[in-house]
Design a protein around this ligand. Structure first.
Ligand code: SF4
Ligand code: SF4
Ligand code: SF4
Ligand code: FES
Length: 476
């Protein structure tokens, strides 16, 4: 047995064990990208760097052997900075969008490509549900939103942007009177929240709070909900649409009190939290949150959702949620020369004559399980990628019947190469080229199907990014 210290705690571990094994024995998590038990140490990423305190050296935990008397730090600033630097280098070469550019810009965060896939596959209730849970007022916004998402839609670089606003309007209208999304309501928390203002921001905040299991009441000085939206002519926004979506908030148990002017100071002692969703001045208080009735209606919904998240975290004694969005690698605008390569495997449905089928599905296939994104988020990289060099060109997706390979998302960890090699396949997959030009390739042009052979599924599961993924898989 060997004795060493991991973050000050003494660990006893068998001879031959690595620092990663020792950390695991001590219950300490170390990030890894290129490490897999079955392939052994490949040391191609170095994200597992830890610091040996006496010498100050950084060591790759997955490969360095645990030695008697070592004193290892896995979490100091030097280690974190090294890991951040590695992530920056990997992301500099990364060509992929974690989220669709359309979703990223939607202030209410509608998962647009996913909704479009539901529509395309004829899953009308699932499409309506996605639109409802993300937008809360998908039909109202389907009439009045200025659609910033369509301005950045990549399909516009080929011909015309997808009609996203019309799509969520059409998806939600048939379900206006249904209880779509209300089954996600959590059990009662026993807490109560009051919202001041029944515009879109206030109602969105109330919907989210009610879904989270809080009792919720809205005070509104007017005699109706929806603020200025109600003054719009019926050809712009039929009252029946706004009424039905207001009723869906009521159906969650939210109580509306109209013709009632009030203030946070009067209410604060009667409720666990207050959300101010109107232009009221108030004395700052940890129990009071604000949602803005923005002129851009979809932004008002986004603001209401954010206020609800903050109030929810406060009531659950959790730290305030970060104001930043999740980390997002993004390709940005395609160069004219890249249009053809990007379209491979993305435009094959374009002749269906259906609007949703024109979507290029710019979003990533593994937005949740991708370790590169997870660590970028965990180690505090800026939510928007900032490159130190020109982005590498887009390379076409390669496929088998059920596997996609996106070369731009490959971090060249070598895991799939090792899995394939160990399986004894004839063709296999290997790295070709050098430096930035190095890339995965099946020798002699044999194609991905042959290259991955019977271990394709295992390779997809082990790939730390979405370079290898299953066709038609959805993560949430
Ligand atoms: S592979 Fe990971 S980092 Fe790359 S686009 Fe997908 S989720 Fe983002
Ligand atoms: S093509 Fe689809 S996924 Fe891409 S930006 Fe447009 S709507 Fe979003
Ligand atoms: S495809 Fe995935 S597993 Fe294979 S080298 Fe690239 S990142 Fe690693
Ligand atoms: S070098 Fe250790 S996980 Fe990659």
């Amino acid at each position: 047995m060997i004795r060493l210290k991991i973050n000050g705690t003494e660990v006893h571990i068998a001879e031959g064990a690595t620092l990663l094994d020792a950390a695991q024995a001590a219950g300490v998590e170390i990030p890894t990208l290129c490490h897999l038990k079955e392939t052994g140490a490949l040391t191609s990423c170095m994200i597992c760097a830890v610091r040996e305190k006496v010498s100050g050296r950084l060591l790759p935990a997955c490969a360095a052997k645990a030695m008697e008397g070592m004193d290892i730090d896995t979490d100091c600033e030097k280690v974190h900075e090294a890991r951040r630097e590695i992530l920056r280098m990997l992301l500099d070469e990364h060509v992929g969008d974690c989220e669709g550019p359309c979703s990223r810009i939607c202030p209410a965060g509608l998962n647009i490509p996913r909704m479009l896939r539901h529509i395309e596959h004829g899953e009308s209730e699932a499409a309506a549900r996605r639109a409802k849970l993300d937008l809360i007022f998908p039909a109202t916004l389907g009439h009045v939103c200025t659609a910033p998402c369509e301005r950045v839609c990549r399909r516009g670089q080929y011909d015309t942007a997808i009609a996203i606003r019309q799509s969520h309007r059409d998806a939600s209208m048939p379900f206006l009177k249904e209880t779509v999304g209300q089954d996600t309501r959590r059990l009662s928390t026993g807490k109560s929240i009051v919202v001041i203002g029944a515009g879109l921001a206030g109602m969105a905040a109330a919907w989210e709070c009610a879904l989270n299991g809080h009792a919720c009441r809205i005070y509104e000085k007017r005699d109706h909900a929806g603020a200025a939206l109600r003054a719009l002519p019926a050809d712009k926004l039929p009252h029946t649409v706004l009424d039905a979506e207001t009723a869906s908030v009521q159906a969650l148990g939210v109580e509306f009190v109209f013709n009632s002017e009030t203030s946070p100071a009067t209410l604060i002692d009667q409720y666990d939290a207050v959300i101010v969703a109107c232009n009221l001045a108030f004395t700052p208080d940890a129990r009071v949150f604000t949602a803005k009735e923005e002129p851009l209606h979809v932004r008002a919904v986004g603001s209401g959702k954010k206020a609800a998240r903050e109030a929810n975290a406060f009531l659950a004694n959790q730290p305030a949620p970060s104001a930043d969005k999740c980390f997002n690698s993004s390709i940005g605008r395609l160069q004219p020369i890249e249009l053809a390569a990007y379209a491979v495997e993305r435009r094959n449905q374009a002749d269906k004559g259906q609007e949703a089928a024109r979507c290029l599905h710019c979003d990533c296939t593994k937005p949740v399980s991708c370790k590169l994104r997870l660590y970028a988020q965990q180690y505090g990289l800026a939510p928007q990628i900032s490159r130190t060099m020109e982005r590498l060109p887009v390379a076409p997706i390669q496929t088998t019947d059920n596997v996609l390979f996106e070369p731009g998302k490959c971090i060249k960890c070598g895991i799939c190469v090792e899995i394939v090699r160990a399986s004894g396949l004839d063709a296999g997959i290997a790295f070709a080229g050098r430096g930035l030009d190095s890339h995965l390739q099946v020798p002699f042009g044999a194609g991905l199907e042959k290259g991955l052979g019977r271990v394709a599924e295992r390779c997809v599961q082990a790939c730390p990014t979405a370079a290898l993924s299953f066709r038609n898989a959805e993560e949430s």
